[in-house]
Design a protein around this ligand. Structure first.
Ligand code: ADP
Ligand code: ZN
Length: 720
């Protein structure tokens, strides 16, 4: 269909739609620019990290431009999620894919035909199918959005042949803008996407990959289960994923957590499809909070309130690691990540890579090395991560373990000399484990058989734990004082630099290793007891979370589609009790206000009331003090006197309390005849109703408080 001369929307329109449909006040950096480009009819390539807010970039144009936006999306489960979430926000969205019956598909196609949709999600197969083209040729398409656009490139890690055929879009619809979006694309893939889609001169948008709401933590991989229990114990009721290396370990970890009374599930490719989707559903719906999984888990789900991610083992590269931790905190609220690291993990991973004999082994090994460097880093970890993706972070992030707990150096010259001299005496023939055993004077059979207990350095390091040695030797390797001969059974070798330490007294600075007990103790001392304010906030958050769960269950949708964690947090902190204040919460758009506003306001109000009964006065509690006096039977002027507030304020409180069902009876203040009079006036004027206007229309004869009560009564019955 031909483009008509409709007026193009402006950024102002976009901004209004953002609040109206999504409840957000502001675009994130870059979103507005991308939308502008699309409004201007330009093609766009958008690179943003997971959780960065890509969808808004095409959803807002879809809503505000005349016609329909078609979104190509490779994951059926994600498609369903997105459409549900859009519908929950009052957007006309639907999807078409092979999971639907032909009848269902027909119904959607009818809607397309009649121009009743703002967004249509389709699978790539559907998009390139013969039957689809004539349909969209008739429809009016405002934009094509290609999600997960890296699937088009055989260089990427997710190649999908159908994506290659999408080049017909520009040929068939030269004037319709195409937006290609992805979270992972290096330079080659980027170029490939543009070429394959035949985008003549696209605008390229590369957002920062920083996710400041994710905390980054690396801890020694020692007593992992115990550390996990501590970690989860500090985060009750929060959903999280524990990534493990193997199927077997997902099950083992889940089992150990269950033995300690936690509800945890294991998820891996070896399970049957029904079992897998059951676990996924339970996780999405907050019925199962902890999933121990291989990396396959999380790919096809859009759950925005994953609050933490733990890596039980070292991932094999930074790309994977970043993608996996990226599944936490997609709602923008705080989320924590924890990576366990031990030197042994590196050797295990190395062996796995070697035995796979993959083509680009060299590349993979060097990627593993970067991962290891990250885990061993002594500078801000976020700086390292971002620099890996070609970004430069000016300041230390303040939200990683290194920033929070800067390393403490000590003179490690003597310790290093002990280790190096043992290596020399062992003729550079042993690996890490044997070296440590020799240093610590182990009586291991193999060691004795080799006669290693006879060498001069045997047992000179018995004062340090094996774990401490491991960490310190790791540092020596990083400092270039030792090398690992991977081709000689990982045996340790001296270097030029180590000779300086052994023979020329070169000084060595090492970082003090705190062992886990000490660390836990330090942590405990650091944790400040919560203030009353924080406790109240947590309690309200929990109450709202429960409410969200019930509502979600009734509606059969995941809780995060009711409201995100970030929205609930804001509610718990700000305690909005008026419609206006509630609508100001980020994530509350018109539809959600309409659907859930009253229920949540009521819950917040009764929470404040409950606290007030417990003797805790919160902002917004003043009406409950009024309520208590009202319940004792005091008249309005008496309440006003006792509380030293005006009668008008007392009436305002009482109307609010009535409107939110807190036990005030309207009949004490207004009768049916008076209500009928007010309603009659209201029906003859246009909203918003001004009290003054109604007062005047009733010949200035009805007191304001009666009008207020009558209006509240009218609203409560849905304006009838
Ligand atoms: P992506 O597709 O890039 O992974 P999403 O589009 O799912 O990310 O967005 C991630 C989260 O951020 C969603 O919960 C989304 O509603 C929220 N979000 C997006 N844009 C904004 C904004 N301008 N203000 C507040 N939240 C936003
Ligand atoms: Zn940092």
């Amino acid at each position: 269909m031909e483009k008509t001369t409709d007026q193009l929307p402006t950024l102002e329109t976009a901004q209004e739609a953002l609040k109206k449909y999504f409840g957000y006040d502001q675009f994130r950096p870059m979103q507005a620019d991308i939308i502008s480009a699309i409004y201007g009819g330009k093609d766009a390539l958008v690179l943003m990290p997971t959780g960065g807010g890509k969808s808004i970039c095409y959803q807002i144009p879809a809503i505000t431009l005349p016609g329909m936006c078609i979104v190509v999306s490779p994951l059926i489960s994600l498609m369903k999620d997105q459409v549900e979430s859009l519908r929950a926000n009052g957007v006309a969205a639907a999807f078409l894919n092979s999971s639907q019956t032909s009848q269902e598909q027909q119904a959607i196609e009818d809607k397309v035909y009649h121009g009743q949709l703002q967004l249509l999600y389709v699978s790539p197969e559907k998009m390139v199918s013969q039957s689809f083209l004539p349909l969209i040729k008739q429809a009016r398409v405002s934009l094509f959005a290609i999600d997960e656009a890296h699937c088009i490139s055989s260089w990427g890690h997710d190649f999908r042949p159908e994506y290659k055929q999408l080049q017909f879009l520009k040929k068939q619809f030269p004037s319709v803008p195409v937006a290609a979006l992805t979270a992972t694309a290096d330079k080659v893939t980027r170029r490939d996407i543009i070429q394959q889609l035949h985008l003549p001169a696209p605008k390229v948008f590369i957002a920062s990959f920083d996710r400041p709401n994710l905390s980054l933590n690396v801890r020694p991989g020692q007593k992992r289960i115990e550390q996990i229990l501590d970690f989860i114990g500090e985060r009750p009721n929060q959903a999280g994923i524990i990534y493990c290396l193997s199927r077997k370990s997902t099950e083992e970890v889940a089992k150990k957590l269950k033995q300690r009374g936690l509800k945890a599930g294991a998820y891996h490719a070896g399970l049957g499809a029904p079992e897998r989707s059951r676990i996924q559903e339970d996780f999405i719906n907050d019925n199962l909070l902890i999933v121990c999984a291989t990396i396959a888990f999380g790919m096809g789900i859009d759950k925005s309130n994953v609050r933490w991610v733990i890596h039980y083992n070292l991932p094999k590269n930074i790309e994977g690691y970043y993608q996996e931790i990226g599944r936490a905190g997609r709602d923008g609220a705080r989320a924590d990540t924890l990576l366990f690291y031990s030197f042994r993990d590196v050797t295990v991973m190395r062996d796995i890579l070697m035995s796979n004999r993959s083509e680009n082994l060299e590349v993979q090994l060097s990627k593993l090395e970067r991962m290891q460097q990250y885990a061993e880093a002594l500078i801000c970890r976020r700086k390292i991560l971002l620099s890996y993706f070609g970004e430069h972070l000016e300041e230390d992030c303040g939200n990683c373990d290194v920033c929070k707990n800067p390393p403490q150096y000590f003179d490690g010259t003597v310790i290093t000399q002990k280790a190096l001299s043992a290596v020399a005496r062992l003729k550079e023939k042993v690996g890490l484990r044997m070296l440590i055993d020799v240093l610590r004077g182990s009586r291991r059979k193999e060691l004795l058989a080799l006669g290693y207990d006879k060498i001069k350095t045997y047992g000179i390091g018995g004062d340090l734990s094996a774990f401490a040695w491991q960490a310190l030797i790791g540092q020596m390797i990083n400092l270039g004082l030792l090398e690992i001969a991977f081709d000689q059974k990982n045996s340790l070798k001296l270097t030029e630099a180590s000779k300086d330490v052994l023979f020329h007294n070169r000084k060595v600075q090492l970082v003090r290793m705190t062992d886990i007990k000490q660390r836990q103790e330090e942590q405990r001392q650091k944790v400040k007891p919560k203030t009353q304010r924080e406790r109240v906030r947590d309690e309200l958050f929990e109450a709202l979370r429960q409410l969200r769960r019930e509502l979600a269950r009734e509606k059969g949708i995941p809780p995060y589609l009711v409201f995100s964690d970030a929205s609930l947090e804001e509610m718990a902190a700000r305690r909005p009790v008026s419609e206006f204040d509630f609508s100001m919460i980020s994530g509350v758009g018109e539809k959600k206000m309409e659907q859930y506003g009253d229920i949540f306001i009521k819950a917040i109000t009764s929470f404040i009331g409950k606290k007030s009964d417990e003797g805790v006065t919160l902002a917004g509690a003043t009406q409950f003090q009024t309520l208590q006096l009202y319940k004792r039977g005091l008249r309005v002027h008496e309440i006003a006197q006792t509380r030293n507030i005006s009668e008008q304020t007392v009436y305002e409180h009482l109307v609010k309390l009535y409107a939110t069902d807190q036990g005030v009876d309207y009949k004490h203040f207004v009768n049916q005849k008076e209500i009928a009079q007010v309603v009659q006036v209201v029906k003859s004027i246009t909203p918003p109703y001004k009290l003054r206007e109604i007062y005047d229309a009733l010949n200035e004869e009805m007191p304001y408080h009666k009008i207020r009560f009558a209006l509240a009564y009218y609203y409560k019955r849905g304006g009838k």
